[in-house]
Design a protein around this ligand. Structure first.
Ligand code: FE2
Length: 511
């Protein structure tokens, strides 16, 4: 069905190809993304004193926050990507061995408009040509990807829009947060990084104009929340840039061809598509000098999933991150050359010789060294945040270990089935399997104390219990995950599969 309206590029009265009418009934599509364990949960709840197996370490005092996509209304495009769901925040508050749960939707502008209309008004993921005309020009940000704590503020993030500030105790939405007007664009990454040495937050934005463009903006934000530097650089094409690598001395962007094309979006609902005929690059920017010192390298044609960590050592830069040799086909299956098989993400170490590289991507001929760090595929990596941007010893990732029980494929592709610990000093890896019918999600590291050595702490991980239609939160000893949970916090209902979380100590919340 087609609808006439004003298009996002200002063209009046054209037909919107592929625009769907809203579903006539309040029924979820009968597709794997909306069925069974992956149906929207939509439960906003307070549960005090969750049941606990084992004993929660009393020093675990603070709040775990996690962002998830929990679709409020049946989507206008039944096969739309899972990541278009509305932001739901899951908070587990730990206090003296007790754990309380709170779940709440982020009241984005989109959420409120759709709730008022009692139906979906926004169409396919980040494609305004598929939106109801009544929401033309309104950001479709749904604050569903990650959640951070900076300068005393809790911010829910989505790379398609600006952050939303939330109350850290009630999870009430305070509104869009543009760092008091210091961020001029319409977008902000879901993967900013905290510099543990300075307390700064470094961040980037792509398509900050709100439409596909070829600029990437970089922001440096002080521990107090003041933007101390904003700069931008040009890339060869507009593409999805979900994460990046940051060292104390450098920013690294992997620019690979998950293309975002305005003309394509006018004819097809899918936001971006993989183009295996385009070249791929890595751009390295010295933090002190800024974008005038950019160096371009050739890259393998891979899509960066999530970064673990990176560091600079003299003329060498090392970056550890998950990459797939395909695009992100479980979410964006159409490519410029038809359907292609999806490759799983592997943790790779890329080593760059900083004496090489070119000032412009057209001249980029040098390539880095790459090596695979783990034998199993995976995603959702973490280090102790106190060693981010410098060489780390310990790493934890969600793994897909073939020898362990594996759940059926989920809405984001093959599910994780284990947490893996890798010791970089030995290359050894150990793991904890979640068991039958269980899929862990991203681990969040909490140090035992501010003075504890790197890695001395706990991993908090939500685990979907598919046979019981509910979740647990497991607490693992980060340096002995194979021993199994120290404590299992039992959540009496099913959360919708989520993405990234963070830990905020009680001492911070008290401020
Ligand atoms: Fe992410």
């Amino acid at each position: 069905m087609a609808t006439a309206t004003t298009q996002p590029d200002g063209t009046p009265g054209q037909e919107l190809v592929g625009t769907q009418p809203p579903p006539e009934t309040m029924t979820w599509p009968d597709t794997p993304k909306f069925r069974g364990f992956f149906a929207p949960s939509r439960i906003e709840a307070d549960v005090y004193d969750l049941e606990v197996e084992g004993r929660i370490p009393p020093e675990l005092s603070g709040a775990f926050y996690r962002a998830a996509a929990d679709t409020q209304y049946p989507p206008r495009f039944p096969n739309d990507t899972y990541i278009n769901g509305d932001g739901m925040i899951h908070m587990v508050r730990f206090d003296n061995g007790h754990a309380d749960l709170k779940t709440k939707y982020v009241r984005t502008q989109r959420f409120q408009l759709e709730r008022k209309a009692r139906q979906a008004l926004f169409g396919a993921y980040r494609n305004p040509y598929t939106d109801d005309p009544s929401v033309a020009g309104i950001d479709d940000g749904n604050a569903n990807t990650s959640i951070i704590w900076h300068a005393g503020k809790l911010l829910a993030l989505k790379e398609a829009a600006l952050p939303y500030e939330l109350d850290p105790v009630t999870l009430e939405t305070k509104g869009v947060y543009d760092f008091s007007g210091q961020i001029p664009g319409r977008t902000f990454t879901a993967h900013p990084k905290h510099d543990p040495r300075t307390g700064e937050l470094v961040a980037f934005a792509y398509n900050a104009s709100g439409r596909p463009d070829k600029q990437i903006h970089i922001y440096e934000i002080s521990a107090e929340g003041k933007v101390t530097r904003a700069q931008s650089f040009e890339v060869p094409y507009s593409s999805m840039v979900h994460d990046w690598l940051v060292t104390r001395e450098h920013f690294v962007f992997t620019i690979t061809p998950m293309i975002i094309d305005e003309e394509w979006m006018k004819h097809d609902e899918q936001f971006c598509l993989w183009d295996p005929n385009r070249d791929a690059y890595a751009a390295i920017i010295p933090r002190e000098e800024g974008v005038s010192g950019i160096k371009w390298f050739r890259s393998e044609r891979v899509m960066e999933g999530h970064s673990l960590n990176a560091w600079t050592d003299g003329d060498t830069l090392v970056g550890d991150h998950f990459v797939t040799k395909s695009g992100w086909f479980s979410q964006f299956p159409k490519t410029t050359v038809g359907l292609l098989p999806e490759e799983p993400p592997f943790l790779e170490r890329w080593t760059f010789d900083l004496t090489q590289g070119a000032a412009h991507w057209d001249d980029a001929t040098d390539i880095y060294r790459s090596e695979q760090l783990l034998t199993s595929p995976g995603d959702m990596p973490r280090v102790d945040p106190r060693v981010l941007m410098e060489k780390n010893r310990h790493a934890w990732v969600g793994g897909m270990i073939h020898e362990e029980p594996m759940c059926e494929i989920g809405p984001m592709g093959p599910p994780l089935n284990a947490i893996i610990h890798r010791d970089d000093s030995t290359g050894q890896q150990t793991h904890w399997s979640a068991g039958e019918h269980a899929a862990p999600e991203e681990p969040v590291f909490v140090p035992k104390s501010a003075e504890a050595d790197e890695g001395e702490g706990y991993l908090l991980t939500l685990v979907g219990r598919r046979d019981e239609m509910r979740h647990d939160m497991v607490i693992l000893d980060a340096l002995d995950i194979a021993a199994g949970p120290i404590a299992t916090v039992k959540i009496p209902f099913r959360l919708r599969y989520g993405f990234h979380g963070t830990w905020v100590p009680a001492s911070e919340l008290a401020k």
